[in-house]
Design a protein around this ligand. Structure first.
Ligand code: PLP
Length: 410
């Protein structure tokens, strides 16, 4: 009798995920996810919530009390910050260095904000002088930016922009989904008011939880919009004086009350994802921020050096390349998607395609979290070389792996 695939046991293939994320999770994160479920007000659970807050304050390098998880993928964290801070008509300035800058604009537009962009050529980053000039002219409430834009593999420097925002009293938000834990990110030292992230890149977890941190200044802005929903509201709850937040699920004023001492019911915290987020942070902090970032730097450099040694050309201004992902031009004579398929089906290795103007022009190869390791880099280079040779691309055999090994033994 034929078996019905709907009733087959889930058995996904083993892949090595070397794209721009998601990547393979650390084994300890898988273990954490499978831990027993408990109730959302079990003191053990609320204890874990407090631990997660403390752990992510360290990951974000911040003292911000309001450091918590938004349940959803990284985009949920972005949307929660933007919808909670920006009222219709509020001005927001957005440097667009790639696809995820466009995402910030898209969300800000839907929120009803007045959006002004600084459009940067893909493969470059936004110079601080441009930000300062635009702030003077436009006088925004908030500057919203992306640190590592995986679409272009560029890492936007933030320290100087933070200092400028501080000087002009502009709230400074950053989407650090793709850069956190693989590149320096100093929330307090760089005067960031709001940062959101995801687990599925250098933190080495699955997608589905968005760590967020908010400065006191940002919390005040959000709480001025506070409206506790009916059914849980008591006479003691005061409305804020500003327009209510236009989303219920992403209402950070209510989410903060759920994570805070009042434990005011909002959503049901995604327990298994909280376990994952907790383990990701523990792994990062146990190994040490400096060491983890250095490991990403080394693996990323080895991958880039290996690709160049093979004879391929890297995309974008390498001075600003993210440590954890590299863009590489697809040789002209071949179909990039067929090469990706060969890598996946013959070697079980996934690398990334790209979006928008770069689609069909570059591949994106990641070295993140659990996969920021020598074995992963060498296997990917060896496999790519074999597939390219089979497609009769004139790459230099043997050079890539040797060059990458040198980076690891230097
Ligand atoms: C920089 C950046 N921001 C946001 C996202 C969106 O993340 P998610 O798909 O988890 O919502 C991604 C995902 O690739 C990203 O790279």
């Amino acid at each position: 009798m034929e078996t019905n695939p709907l009733f087959e046991t889930l058995n996904p293939p083993q892949r090595m995920l070397m794209g721009p994320g998601p990547i393979n999770a650390y084994p300890r994160v898988h273990q954490a996810i499978s831990s027993a479920l408990i109730g959302q007000y079990d003191p053990v659970m609320t204890g874990y919530m407090n631990q997660v807050q403390a752990l992510y304050r360290n990951v974000f390098e911040t003292q911000n009390q309001q450091t918590l998880l938004v349940d959803g993928t990284a985009r949920a964290g972005i949307e929660a910050v933007l919808v909670s801070v920006l009222q219709p008509g509020d001005k927001v300035l957005i440097p667009v260095i790639g696809r995820f800058g466009h995402l910030l604009c898209e969300i800000a537009h839907r929120v009803g904000a007045a959006v002004q962009t600084i459009d940067i050529e893909w493969g470059e980053v936004c110079p601080p002088e441009k930000v300062e000039a635009a702030i003077r002219e436009f006088q925004p409430k908030m500057l919203a930016t992306v640190q590592g834009d995986t679409s272009t593999t560029m890492n936007q420097p933030l320290a100087e922009i933070g200092e400028i925002c501080q000087r002009y009293g502009v709230l400074f938000y950053c989407d650090a989904t793709a850069s956190i834990a693989g590149n320096e990110l100093k929330v307090d030292a760089w005067h960031l008011d709001a940062v959101s992230a995801g687990l599925q890149k250098c933190l080495g977890g699955p997608s589905g939880s968005a760590p967020v941190t908010l400065s006191e200044r940002c919390v005040e802005v959000i709480n001025r919009r506070k409206r506790v929903e009916a059914g849980i509201r008591t006479a003691a709850h005061q409305d804020g004086e500003d327009t209510p937040i236009l989303s219920n699920y992403f209402d950070l004023a209510m989410v903060m009350d759920y994570w805070g001492p009042e434990r005011l019911n909002h959503h049901t915290e995604a327990t298994s994802m909280l376990y994952a987020a907790r383990e990701c942070a523990r792994l990062y902090l146990e190994e040490g921020a400096t060491q983890v970032i250095a490991r990403h730097q080394q693996a990323g450099r080895a991958m880039a050096v290996g690709l160049e040694a093979m004879g391929l050309r890297l995309f974008g201004n390498q001075q600003y390349k993210m440590n954890n992902v590299v863009g590489v031009y697809i040789p002209e004579q071949i179909n990039g998607d067929l090469v990706r398929q060969e890598l996946l089906h013959r070697f079980g290795i996934e690398i990334g395609t790209s979006f928008g103007p770069l689609h069909g022009k570059i591949w994106r190869i990641g070295t993140m979290g659990y996969n920021a390791r020598q074995e992963c880099v060498l296997m990917t280079l060896a496999a790519l070389e074999s597939v390219l040779l089979k497609a009769r691309v004139p790459v230099a055999p043997g050079q890539a792996v040797a060059a990458a090994m040198d980076v690891f033994s230097a």
